[in-house]
Design a protein around this ligand. Structure first.
Ligand code: 1CP
Length: 351
């Protein structure tokens, strides 16, 4: 398997960029590339019944992962799953309210934490996800890299504490302030679970893993170091000890100045950037340390036009002096036009 990965790393463009190579054309994939903007995704989701049934059905989850690869020929496929499956495997109740989003049981006191399951029990729930990875490694074209993923501990904790998505992560900040010991044991449990979950994805065939810290931007100063940088470092170091050849992408979304030095401080091979930082700034301050990923505003996938083409080309140009993987700054939204995705790819690949 190591030899297999090594051979592949010579040919797969994403692995070459992650190894630090500056390529004439950046490889490209897109956050949420399997999603509701695609009619074929909506059809398969309807066939599965609901979102969670889709996540836990290996054949259908593999099918929706492959759909954007067939349609667009992206350089990477991202496993179809969700960051909230780990909380569910740790014993949280999880359900999705149509048109609103996820709902979970909440964690506000020690008794809630004590009901969670130990990390060595998560596979009972997550085994179908590893099966999806195995199917994908067989079915993906040889040039396409398979990316596994998990949420970062802080971001996952914000959902486990509040029981839902929140605009300002208020309940998680409140628990951190009022019961730091409970907040920190929760973070430690999620961190340990994430290491297991990502290791199993790698053993099943994931070639790269990405850690999504979607709410890192609300951690300021010392909190950013303690709850975004330190857990990312712990996860990355543990994965590298077990699977030294597997690159890790970190995404401390909206970290701003926190992007500077993030790769060195955590050991990740690539820093994914949201579009609140300019590509010129990020080239000067982040790409100097290695590969970056990003960072076209996902709104261009809705609005299209010449602005989309100009901005995509400007980003390619700004990052052309170092290793770069082209992506959006955040996930594509359900109202996006699938034709704009093709326009972006053509602009990046120079067609
Ligand atoms: O109705 C549907 O079909 C559900 C929409 C959807 C999809 C397509 C959700 C619900 N999750 C997903 C898949 C998903 N989620 C992937 C699959 C691979 C791909 O990118 O194609 C990935 C990587 C995620 C990651 C994820 N889930 C994040 C981190 C990235 C980000 O967007 O910031 C987060 C925060 C979640 C939680 C979540 N899951 C779904 C929703 C709507 C949300 C956000 C909830 C909220 O904050 O209100």
């Amino acid at each position: 398997m190591k030899d297999g990965n090594h051979t592949m790393s010579q040919t797969k463009t994403i692995l070459r960029a992650l190894a630090g190579e500056t390529l004439p054309t950046p490889p490209i994939w897109m956050m949420r590339q399997a999603g509701r903007y695609l009619p074929e995704y909506r059809a398969t989701r309807a066939q599965a019944g609901d979102f969670l049934s889709l996540c836990y059905n290996p054949e259908l989850a593999a099918e929706v992962t492959l759909q954007p690869i067939r349609r667009y020929g992206f350089d990477a496929a991202i496993l179809f799953a969700d960051i909230l499956l780990l909380p569910q495997a740790l014993g949280a109740d999880l359900w999705f309210v149509t048109g609103e989003g996820p709902r979970l049981s909440t964690i506000t006191q020690a008794a809630d934490f004590d009901r969670l399951k130990p990390v060595d029990e998560i596979d009972a729930v997550l085994n179908p996800i590893y099966e999806t990875v195995r199917i994908l490694r067989q079915e993906l074209p040889p040039e396409t890299t398979l990316i596994g993923f998990a949420g970062a501990p802080w971001t996952v904790a914000t959902y486990m504490i509040a029981g839902r998505g929140t605009p300002d992560q208020g309940p998680a900040h409140a628990l951190k302030a009022e019961n730091q010991a409970l907040f920190e044991v929760l973070l430690a449990r999620i961190t340990a679970g994430t290491i297991e979950y990502l290791s199993k994805q790698i053993e099943a065939g994931a070639e790269v893993v990405k850690i999504f810290d979607s709410w890192a931007g609300s951690l300021k100063g010392e909190d950013f170091q303690k709850y975004a940088v330190a857990p990312a470092r712990e996860i990355t170091q543990a994965l590298k000890a077990r699977h030294p050849e597997i690159p890790v992408i970190g995404f401390p979304r909206e970290a701003g100045d926190g992007y500077i030095g993030f790769a060195k401080a955590t050991g990740v091979d690539c820093v994914a950037l949201d579009n609140s930082v300019s590509a010129e700034w990020a080239a000067a301050h982040v790409q100097v340390d290695g590969c970056v990923q990003g960072n076209l505003a996902s709104s261009h996938m809705v609005t299209g036009g010449q602005a989309l083409v100009d901005e995509a080309k400007a980003i390619v140009q700004a990052f052309s002096g170092g290793p770069h993987i082209f992506n959006l700054g955040h996930g594509i939204t359900p109202d996006a036009d699938p034709d704009n995705v093709q326009r972006m790819i053509d602009a990046v690949r120079g067609q």
